[in-house]
Design a protein around this ligand. Structure first.
Ligand code: ZN
Length: 315
Protein backbone atom coordinates (compact mmCIF):
# COMPACT_ATOMS: atom_id res chain seq x y z
CA UNK A 1 0.00 0.00 0.00
CA UNK A 2 1.80 3.09 -1.26
CA UNK A 3 -0.90 5.68 -0.68
CA UNK A 4 -0.76 8.53 1.81
CA UNK A 5 -3.96 9.17 3.76
CA UNK A 6 -4.46 12.94 4.17
CA UNK A 7 -7.08 13.81 6.81
CA UNK A 8 -9.55 16.70 6.88
CA UNK A 9 -9.52 18.23 10.36
CA UNK A 10 -12.67 18.73 12.47
CA UNK A 11 -12.92 22.01 14.41
CA UNK A 12 -14.50 22.65 17.81
CA UNK A 13 -15.70 25.97 19.19
CA UNK A 14 -14.90 26.32 22.88
CA UNK A 15 -15.54 29.12 25.38
CA UNK A 16 -11.76 29.43 25.79
CA UNK A 17 -10.85 29.19 22.08
CA UNK A 18 -9.46 31.87 19.73
CA UNK A 19 -8.82 32.45 16.00
CA UNK A 20 -5.18 31.45 15.62
CA UNK A 21 -6.07 28.19 13.89
CA UNK A 22 -7.06 30.53 11.05
CA UNK A 23 -4.44 33.28 11.40
CA UNK A 24 -1.48 30.94 11.94
CA UNK A 25 -2.51 27.66 10.34
CA UNK A 26 -4.76 28.99 7.56
CA UNK A 27 -7.68 26.71 8.41
CA UNK A 28 -11.21 27.74 7.65
CA UNK A 29 -12.64 27.79 11.18
CA UNK A 30 -16.27 27.92 12.32
CA UNK A 31 -15.94 30.82 14.80
CA UNK A 32 -13.54 33.25 16.46
CA UNK A 33 -13.56 31.04 19.51
CA UNK A 34 -12.31 27.86 17.87
CA UNK A 35 -10.35 25.97 20.48
CA UNK A 36 -9.55 22.62 18.92
CA UNK A 37 -8.54 21.17 15.59
CA UNK A 38 -9.03 17.40 15.65
CA UNK A 39 -6.40 16.71 13.04
CA UNK A 40 -6.17 12.91 13.00
CA UNK A 41 -9.17 11.42 14.73
CA UNK A 42 -11.63 8.56 14.40
CA UNK A 43 -13.54 9.55 17.51
CA UNK A 44 -17.35 9.63 17.07
CA UNK A 45 -17.37 13.28 18.20
CA UNK A 46 -14.95 14.24 15.41
CA UNK A 47 -14.28 11.62 12.77
CA UNK A 48 -11.83 12.88 10.12
CA UNK A 49 -12.59 12.36 6.42
CA UNK A 50 -9.83 11.24 4.02
CA UNK A 51 -9.15 14.00 1.47
CA UNK A 52 -7.44 12.14 -1.36
CA UNK A 53 -6.87 8.94 -3.28
CA UNK A 54 -8.89 5.77 -3.41
CA UNK A 55 -10.37 6.31 0.07
CA UNK A 56 -11.39 9.93 -0.55
CA UNK A 57 -14.61 10.72 1.32
CA UNK A 58 -14.32 7.80 3.75
CA UNK A 59 -13.97 8.50 7.46
CA UNK A 60 -10.99 7.31 9.47
CA UNK A 61 -13.29 5.17 11.66
CA UNK A 62 -14.73 3.56 8.50
CA UNK A 63 -11.21 2.75 7.31
CA UNK A 64 -10.34 1.27 10.69
CA UNK A 65 -13.45 -0.94 10.61
CA UNK A 66 -13.30 -1.98 6.94
CA UNK A 67 -9.69 -1.66 5.80
CA UNK A 68 -7.84 -2.80 8.90
CA UNK A 69 -4.83 -3.90 6.85
CA UNK A 70 -3.99 -0.18 6.44
CA UNK A 71 -3.17 -0.15 10.15
CA UNK A 72 -1.54 -3.55 10.50
CA UNK A 73 -4.82 -5.28 11.49
CA UNK A 74 -4.41 -4.13 15.08
CA UNK A 75 -6.72 -5.52 17.78
CA UNK A 76 -8.08 -2.23 19.21
CA UNK A 77 -11.78 -1.63 18.59
CA UNK A 78 -11.11 1.89 17.34
CA UNK A 79 -8.23 3.92 15.92
CA UNK A 80 -6.21 4.22 19.13
CA UNK A 81 -4.73 7.74 18.88
CA UNK A 82 -6.11 11.25 18.54
CA UNK A 83 -4.04 14.22 17.36
CA UNK A 84 -5.25 17.73 18.15
CA UNK A 85 -4.01 21.29 17.80
CA UNK A 86 -5.28 23.48 20.61
CA UNK A 87 -5.56 27.28 20.61
CA UNK A 88 -6.21 28.54 24.13
CA UNK A 89 -7.11 32.22 24.16
CA UNK A 90 -8.35 31.84 27.75
CA UNK A 91 -7.59 29.35 30.51
CA UNK A 92 -8.93 25.80 30.16
CA UNK A 93 -10.54 24.10 33.12
CA UNK A 94 -8.28 22.25 35.51
CA UNK A 95 -8.76 18.57 34.93
CA UNK A 96 -7.55 15.03 35.37
CA UNK A 97 -8.03 11.81 33.41
CA UNK A 98 -8.55 8.26 34.69
CA UNK A 99 -6.32 5.34 33.82
CA UNK A 100 -7.60 2.34 31.83
CA UNK A 101 -8.51 0.43 34.98
CA UNK A 102 -10.68 3.16 36.54
CA UNK A 103 -12.28 4.06 33.18
CA UNK A 104 -13.14 0.41 32.51
CA UNK A 105 -14.85 0.18 35.89
CA UNK A 106 -16.63 3.54 36.09
CA UNK A 107 -17.00 4.59 32.45
CA UNK A 108 -18.54 1.51 30.82
CA UNK A 109 -15.35 -0.10 29.63
CA UNK A 110 -13.87 3.03 28.05
CA UNK A 111 -10.15 3.57 27.77
CA UNK A 112 -8.38 5.89 30.17
CA UNK A 113 -6.41 8.79 28.81
CA UNK A 114 -2.71 9.45 28.63
CA UNK A 115 -1.80 12.52 26.63
CA UNK A 116 1.19 14.70 25.79
CA UNK A 117 1.74 18.27 24.68
CA UNK A 118 4.23 19.85 22.33
CA UNK A 119 4.17 23.66 22.75
CA UNK A 120 3.85 25.19 19.27
CA UNK A 121 3.77 28.78 20.48
CA UNK A 122 2.92 30.72 23.62
CA UNK A 123 2.86 34.19 25.13
CA UNK A 124 6.05 35.42 26.73
CA UNK A 125 4.91 34.80 30.32
CA UNK A 126 2.73 31.79 29.59
CA UNK A 127 2.33 29.08 32.19
CA UNK A 128 0.84 25.65 32.35
CA UNK A 129 -0.79 23.71 35.19
CA UNK A 130 0.92 20.40 35.94
CA UNK A 131 0.61 18.74 39.31
CA UNK A 132 -0.59 19.85 42.74
CA UNK A 133 0.80 20.52 46.19
CA UNK A 134 -1.26 18.20 48.39
CA UNK A 135 0.86 15.63 50.21
CA UNK A 136 -1.92 13.04 50.45
CA UNK A 137 -5.61 12.45 49.66
CA UNK A 138 -6.78 13.92 52.97
CA UNK A 139 -5.00 17.19 52.31
CA UNK A 140 -6.25 17.14 48.72
CA UNK A 141 -9.86 16.75 49.87
CA UNK A 142 -9.48 19.52 52.45
CA UNK A 143 -7.91 21.96 49.99
CA UNK A 144 -10.64 21.29 47.42
CA UNK A 145 -13.36 21.68 50.07
CA UNK A 146 -11.87 24.99 51.25
CA UNK A 147 -11.36 26.16 47.64
CA UNK A 148 -7.64 26.76 48.21
CA UNK A 149 -7.01 26.60 44.48
CA UNK A 150 -3.96 28.89 44.42
CA UNK A 151 -2.23 26.79 47.06
CA UNK A 152 -3.23 23.50 45.48
CA UNK A 153 -2.50 24.07 41.80
CA UNK A 154 1.08 23.92 40.58
CA UNK A 155 2.05 26.33 37.77
CA UNK A 156 5.10 26.01 35.51
CA UNK A 157 6.48 28.55 33.02
CA UNK A 158 6.58 27.32 29.42
CA UNK A 159 8.20 28.24 26.14
CA UNK A 160 7.92 27.25 22.50
CA UNK A 161 9.29 23.75 21.92
CA UNK A 162 8.64 22.45 25.45
CA UNK A 163 7.12 18.99 25.79
CA UNK A 164 4.97 17.51 28.58
CA UNK A 165 3.72 13.99 29.21
CA UNK A 166 0.43 13.93 31.17
CA UNK A 167 -0.11 10.54 32.75
CA UNK A 168 -3.52 9.56 34.17
CA UNK A 169 -4.05 11.00 37.65
CA UNK A 170 -2.07 14.17 36.86
CA UNK A 171 -3.82 17.48 37.53
CA UNK A 172 -3.32 19.62 34.43
CA UNK A 173 -4.56 22.58 32.43
CA UNK A 174 -3.58 24.65 29.44
CA UNK A 175 -3.59 28.36 30.19
CA UNK A 176 -4.30 31.45 28.11
CA UNK A 177 -1.97 32.33 25.25
CA UNK A 178 -0.85 28.80 24.38
CA UNK A 179 -0.97 26.82 21.14
CA UNK A 180 0.02 23.20 21.32
CA UNK A 181 -0.13 19.89 19.53
CA UNK A 182 -1.63 17.12 21.62
CA UNK A 183 -1.12 13.41 21.04
CA UNK A 184 -3.45 11.30 23.15
CA UNK A 185 -5.21 8.01 23.56
CA UNK A 186 -8.50 8.03 21.69
CA UNK A 187 -10.63 8.74 24.74
CA UNK A 188 -12.88 11.60 25.75
CA UNK A 189 -13.03 10.99 29.49
CA UNK A 190 -12.12 14.11 31.41
CA UNK A 191 -12.90 14.94 35.02
CA UNK A 192 -13.16 18.66 35.56
CA UNK A 193 -11.80 19.67 38.97
CA UNK A 194 -12.07 23.47 38.80
CA UNK A 195 -13.24 25.87 36.12
CA UNK A 196 -12.46 29.25 37.69
CA UNK A 197 -16.21 29.36 38.53
CA UNK A 198 -16.89 30.14 34.86
CA UNK A 199 -20.35 30.02 33.38
CA UNK A 200 -21.13 27.89 30.40
CA UNK A 201 -21.10 30.37 27.53
CA UNK A 202 -23.62 28.40 25.54
CA UNK A 203 -26.63 29.42 27.57
CA UNK A 204 -25.96 32.30 29.91
CA UNK A 205 -29.67 32.66 30.67
CA UNK A 206 -29.57 29.50 32.71
CA UNK A 207 -26.41 30.63 34.50
CA UNK A 208 -25.12 27.12 34.87
CA UNK A 209 -21.65 26.79 36.28
CA UNK A 210 -19.85 24.28 34.07
CA UNK A 211 -20.23 20.79 35.38
CA UNK A 212 -17.48 19.58 37.69
CA UNK A 213 -16.54 16.02 38.65
CA UNK A 214 -15.13 16.43 42.14
CA UNK A 215 -15.65 12.87 43.38
CA UNK A 216 -14.10 11.22 40.33
CA UNK A 217 -11.26 13.75 40.35
CA UNK A 218 -10.40 12.96 43.94
CA UNK A 219 -10.60 9.23 43.15
CA UNK A 220 -8.07 9.40 40.35
CA UNK A 221 -5.64 12.21 41.33
CA UNK A 222 -2.28 10.69 42.34
CA UNK A 223 -0.94 11.97 45.67
CA UNK A 224 1.64 13.30 46.07
CA UNK A 225 2.26 14.56 42.55
CA UNK A 226 5.44 13.28 40.93
CA UNK A 227 7.10 15.22 38.14
CA UNK A 228 8.17 13.31 35.06
CA UNK A 229 11.50 14.13 33.54
CA UNK A 230 12.04 12.98 30.00
CA UNK A 231 15.40 12.91 28.36
CA UNK A 232 14.42 12.30 24.79
CA UNK A 233 17.05 10.98 22.43
CA UNK A 234 18.11 13.25 19.55
CA UNK A 235 19.61 11.75 16.39
CA UNK A 236 21.19 14.17 13.93
CA UNK A 237 21.69 13.45 10.22
CA UNK A 238 23.12 15.69 7.45
CA UNK A 239 19.80 17.29 6.65
CA UNK A 240 17.59 16.57 9.62
CA UNK A 241 17.28 15.99 13.31
CA UNK A 242 14.93 13.45 14.90
CA UNK A 243 14.02 14.08 18.53
CA UNK A 244 12.16 11.32 20.40
CA UNK A 245 9.89 13.33 22.70
CA UNK A 246 8.34 10.33 24.47
CA UNK A 247 8.02 6.61 24.11
CA UNK A 248 5.43 5.07 26.44
CA UNK A 249 2.98 2.16 26.46
CA UNK A 250 0.43 4.12 24.43
CA UNK A 251 2.49 5.98 21.84
CA UNK A 252 5.87 7.14 20.62
CA UNK A 253 6.05 10.81 19.60
CA UNK A 254 8.96 12.32 17.66
CA UNK A 255 9.78 15.69 16.20
CA UNK A 256 11.50 15.81 12.81
CA UNK A 257 13.33 19.02 11.90
CA UNK A 258 14.33 19.00 8.23
CA UNK A 259 16.50 21.26 6.08
CA UNK A 260 17.00 19.36 2.83
CA UNK A 261 16.24 15.84 1.74
CA UNK A 262 16.20 12.69 3.84
CA UNK A 263 15.07 9.09 3.35
CA UNK A 264 13.15 7.29 6.08
CA UNK A 265 11.38 3.97 6.47
CA UNK A 266 7.78 3.37 7.59
CA UNK A 267 7.95 -0.06 9.24
CA UNK A 268 5.27 0.49 11.94
CA UNK A 269 1.57 -0.45 11.87
CA UNK A 270 0.92 3.16 10.86
CA UNK A 271 2.54 6.57 11.43
CA UNK A 272 0.69 9.87 11.97
CA UNK A 273 2.30 13.04 10.62
CA UNK A 274 1.54 16.69 11.33
CA UNK A 275 3.47 19.48 9.62
CA UNK A 276 3.88 22.18 12.26
CA UNK A 277 6.22 24.54 10.44
CA UNK A 278 7.44 25.28 6.91
CA UNK A 279 6.82 23.39 3.70
CA UNK A 280 8.22 20.70 1.50
CA UNK A 281 7.33 17.36 -0.05
CA UNK A 282 6.76 13.77 0.88
CA UNK A 283 7.54 11.43 -2.04
CA UNK A 284 7.01 14.35 -4.40
CA UNK A 285 3.65 15.43 -2.92
CA UNK A 286 3.60 19.00 -1.64
CA UNK A 287 2.96 19.42 2.07
CA UNK A 288 2.97 22.47 4.32
CA UNK A 289 2.22 23.69 7.82
CA UNK A 290 -1.20 22.49 8.91
CA UNK A 291 -1.24 19.28 6.83
CA UNK A 292 -1.90 16.00 8.61
CA UNK A 293 -1.59 12.54 7.14
CA UNK A 294 -1.05 8.87 7.88
CA UNK A 295 1.43 6.52 6.25
CA UNK A 296 -0.28 3.11 6.31
CA UNK A 297 1.08 -0.33 7.09
CA UNK A 298 3.66 -1.60 4.64
CA UNK A 299 4.42 1.82 3.14
CA UNK A 300 8.14 1.24 3.42
CA UNK A 301 10.67 3.84 2.28
CA UNK A 302 9.70 7.47 1.97
CA UNK A 303 11.53 10.71 1.26
CA UNK A 304 10.98 14.06 2.92
CA UNK A 305 12.32 17.20 1.31
CA UNK A 306 12.08 20.84 2.33
CA UNK A 307 12.44 23.15 5.28
CA UNK A 308 9.92 22.01 7.82
CA UNK A 309 9.13 20.58 11.22
CA UNK A 310 6.86 17.63 11.74
CA UNK A 311 5.46 15.80 14.74
CA UNK A 312 4.95 12.10 14.13
CA UNK A 313 3.40 9.40 16.30
CA UNK A 314 2.94 5.65 16.24
CA UNK A 315 2.40 2.74 18.58
ZN1 ZN B 1 -6.27 16.51 29.43
Amino acid sequence: MKEILFTEPVFKSMIWGGNRLKTEFGYSIPSDNTGECWAISAHPKGDCIIKNGSFKGKSLSWLWDNEGHLFGNRSEKAFPLLIKIIDAKADLSIQVHPDDEYAALVENGSFGKTECWYILDCDKDAKIVIGHNAKDKEELKAMIKDKKWDDLIRLSPIKKGDFFQINPGTVHAIKAGTMLLETQQNSDITYRLYDYDRLDGKDLRQLHIRQLHIKESIDVIKCPHQDITIEGEIVTYDTCKVHTLISCKYYTVKKISLWGEQDFIQNKDFINFSVIMGQGEIDGIKISKGDHFILPFGYGEFTLRGDMELIISYI
